[in-house]
Design a binder for this molecule. Sequence first.
Ligand SMILES: [Zn+2]
Length: 170
Amino acid sequence: MPASLHAWYSLHDLEALGERGAVLGGELRVAELTRLKVSLHADCDATVQAGLRCGRAADGRATLQLTCTATLPLTCQRCLEPVEHTVDETVDWVVVGSEAEAARVVDNLEPLVLADGRLQIATLVEDELIVSLPMAPRHASIDECGALAQNLDGILVDQDVERAEPTLEA
Ligand SMILES: [Zn+2]
């Protein structure tokens, strides 16, 4: 596990890295991302490939471009069996030290406010992965679902037929 992903960087550090055009990155184990892990189907040995390209905006602020790719096992809400969620994201930010400064950022740049004045790449990656998770993950088609959903689907179709019948009270 690369130390650069777990190191804490101050705004000044990020500005210095941006000036050098530094590129940091490596592999993170999902098992160590405890906030993300609770949303996954089960303990898994999946990894996340993360890369961070540091740069400078026209006004001298530090910019970050994060790329992360991963395949995460989620729980299908139809059959409760694992369904793969593929993440392949690139996000750009300009780094600022406070909310007040974030409000002044223009040029369609997304401000990233440093919490407590510092940033850890592993945390940033974990936040992005959590945001990427679908609210209700499901297999793309019911044919890919496990037996539970297949059976339930049959039951629901039967109920729909009954409900569709006209009644005198209606
Ligand atoms: Zn399913």
